[in-house]
Design a protein around this ligand. Sequence first.
Ligand SMILES: C[S@@+](CC[C@H](N)C(=O)[O-])C[C@H]1O[C@@H](n2cnc3c(N)ncnc32)[C@H](O)[C@@H]1O
Length: 334
Amino acid sequence: MLPLFSLLLAFEAQTQESGDVGCVPSPTASAHVTATDLPEVLGNLQYNILKNTKMKCKHQPQVKELSWGVDLEKNFPKSLCQFDYIMAADVVYYHPFLEELLLTFHHLCNNEDEQTVAEIMRRRFSPAVVTNRPWEGFHFAGHEIKIIEATECYGAVVWPSALVLCHFLETNAKQYSLVDKSVIEIGAGTGLVSIVATLLGAHVTATDLPEVLGNLQYNILKNTKMKCKHQPQVKELSWGVDLEKNFPKSLCQFDYIMAADVVYYHPFLEELLLTFHHLCQDNTVILWAMRFRLDTKNQFMGRFQELFDLEVISNFPSLNIALYKAMRRGKKMT
Ligand SMILES: C[S@@+](CC[C@H](N)C(=O)[O-])C[C@H]1O[C@@H](n2cnc3c(N)ncnc32)[C@H](O)[C@@H]1O
């Protein structure tokens, strides 16, 4: 099959005077092409393109002004830049617009990371008026979710990793169906992930340190009551503490363990690992969103991989967040 691409950017004018051939898309290719250059060369470019493609191509090419770095968002809005290919021949030489050229490549290049991150961040909204209890709003799973925040501890705000995980759950609801699945969230904080998992049909147990549970319970109840199939539970789980007593291994039949932003500089990384290990059975899938904050010398990732097979399922370099799927070592991941 011929490659289908929606844009050719002929960045450089090749004029007849200079003896070059006009930059013309192959008439046999079935691409939608936009050829661009400085305004002064567009006449010749247009002439060559028309002459060589008219009645010979599937999609008539367009010719448009594009001066590198100039009015990019106005003339080529990023949201509309869905090009499969950007092409350029001999555009890098001694000229004073190399920085602008780079900017242009960057602007036109479909950046999945930026687009998905923008889409994720659009799910967040703030109250229109100042309220005495600060809250943040989110749109997930077809619901408006209001999260009351506190200020005094880590579990008191919604962290970006939670949004990444919620967006993943919502947009991958077919492959990772949560309907009637048993889910435990550790370090649930203000509860957004647990709420979204509940709204997507799961039996959820949201856990955290005792001091966070009041607010967590409030948010969960407020956002799920009468809206869910299975009413979620809130339980204390301090990593590594009384695991067998509070969560007997024989009763831990979780389909998913979820965690957002639980790995950072705190003194309980070993206990956190122990907790994952204790809760995870052969068929349990860990979905874990992590913001990279640890330095490279930290052993946590290595230690984690001694116990679990780990796979990156989404990566957002602009947020420094990756989403992982993990299972007990040697258990096949599908
Ligand atoms: C950075 S916050 C993330 C909160 C939430 N998952 C989110 O992404 O919005 C880390 C969470 O881990 C919890 N946490 C920290 N140390 C813990 C421990 N030793 N045992 C249980 N939870 C802990 C905190 O209370 C907090 O809710």
